[in-house]
Design a binder for this molecule. Structure first.
Ligand SMILES: Cc1ncc(COP(=O)(O)O)c(C=O)c1O
Length: 416
């Protein structure tokens, strides 16, 4: 069969809805300045869909630092991969400052969090090793594991009894093979906002002698007393062997890092294929990240603002009877019952009647019959935004309960 013909016949689980949904549900264009209110299809909407947690994305000081760095260095510098010709003292400085902030000896920059994570997993394990991971692991963790030729065992999300069972299975294998165990979890799960049960996981370290890799994409900058992450929140920084953060969320930039002890980072520097065989982060990204880190580190003002909004939103929604699942982070999922037709019609109603833009997740990303409206509060939202949204959501829920979204009549994706 012709490869082109094959893929065009399938188009994938989301792509099959492209004709009805493109431009509105998929690939929507949010225009104007990054903020709590942005333009969508020519109208101003209240946006709860950006991981700009601390509001740094459009902060004047950040914009200034980005612009000055771009003016001074351009986007080309440095040319080449770090190992060959793209290394600079600024990259090194950022690595050390990130490590100091998250309480590790040192760190190594990643051009994208996603690719970096794939490479970290690839570099850490070989055929004798076993990976044990949480069933809700992010796609970058799953893709990293695709490269792993040894065994892997999954445990149901945060199910510690089952986790222990999987560790026992893993240990049996590594006792024979002479390999080791790598456990991978997230700090904050980006869809549900639930926290990886790092305390319980770490308690089993001694018994099973595993190494722990934590993807803290959503926790870095938002969780813990100083914002240093979910492991700081739980007080287990010294037990997390490899700490991964991205710049794509609280840092409102691009890139990421992996932090650990000096020897391991030295090993990774020479073995992370996504960094050895790819161009270094451009200078404005590095200088811009230094500025962002400085702001995150030196003041809690943005974090306090974020948590004021998070607490007001989550309390307000809970008081109105909404199910927010087990979120323990800023990520605020509103869980409703319904299928794809209801999900798309609710999204449409929220956008067109209430001018609220939020992300919606339905089957197959969540189980059949569940709709998840995901709200991401940020430091640039206001308490008025929160009140308005809670009222709108109460309206939506009333209509859903009355069955107003189960029939057609409103613009929505037609599902066969
Ligand atoms: C949990 C998690 N890990 C990794 C990534 C990938 O990071 P990046 O956007 O830097 O590639 C994301 C999304 O951005 C994420 O949510």
């Amino acid at each position: 069969m012709d490869i082109f013909e094959k893929v065009l016949n399938r188009f994938g689980p989301i792509g099959k809805y492209r004709d009805q949904g493109e431009g509105y549900y998929f690939f929507p264009k949010l225009e104007g300045e990054l903020s709590n209110k942005m333009m969508f299809m020519g109208k101003e909407r209240l946006v709860w869909s950006l991981n700009n947690y601390l509001g740094l994305g459009n902060h004047p000081e950040v914009r200034k630092a980005d612009a000055e760095a771009a003016k001074e260095w351009g986007l080309a510098y440095p040319m080449g991969a770090r190992m060959m010709s793209g290394h600079t003292k600024y990259h090194e400085q950022l690595e050390q400052e990130l490590a100091d902030y998250v309480g590790r000896e040192t760190s190594f920059l990643l051009n994208y969090g996603y690719q970096g994570m794939v490479s970290v997993i690839d570099a850490m394990v070989d055929r004798k090793d076993v990976i044990v991971y949480d069933s809700e692991a992010h796609a970058c963790i799953l893709d990293g594991m695709r490269l792993h030729i040894g065994k892997r065992f999954v445990y149901p999300h945060n199910d510690i009894a089952n986790f222990e069972k999987q560790l026992s299975r893993a240990k049996k294998i590594t006792d024979q093979s002479g390999g080791g165990i790598l456990v991978i979890t997230e700090g904050v799960y980006g869809m549900s906002g639930g926290l990886g049960d790092l305390k319980a996981i770490c308690k089993l370290k001694e018994k099973f002698e595993f190494r722990l890799l934590v993807d803290d994409a959503h926790g870095f900058g938002t969780m813990g007393p100083t914002g240093a992450g979910t492991d700081e929140h739980f007080g287990v920084q010294d037990q997390v062997d490899l700490y991964f953060g991205t710049f794509a969320k609280a840092m409102a930039g691009i890139g990421g890092f992996i932090a650990s002890n000096k020897e391991i980072i030295r090993y990774l520097k020479y073995n992370l294929r996504s960094q050895i065989y790819a161009k270094a982060l451009p200078m404005p990204m590095v200088i811009g990240a230094l500025k962002r880190l400085d702001m995150i580190r030196s003041g809690s003002e943005q974090r306090d603002k974020l948590w004021t909004i998070v607490n007001a939103l989550q309390k307000g929604l809970r008081d109105k009877g909404f199910n927010l699942g087990d979120t323990g982070s800023p990520v605020t999922p509103v869980i409703l019952a319904g299928g794809v037709p209801e999900a798309t019609q609710i999204t449409f109603d929220l956008r067109e009647k209430y001018n609220i833009f939020c992300s919606i997740v339905a089957y197959p990303v969540v189980p059949k019959g569940v709709i998840l409206l995901r709200l991401i509060p940020t430091a640039v939202h206001t308490l008025e935004d929160v009140d308005y949204t809670i009222k709108a959501f109460s309206d939506i829920k009333e209509k859903l309960d009355k069955g107003e979204y189960s029939e057609g009549g409103m613009k929505g994706v037609v599902v066969e």
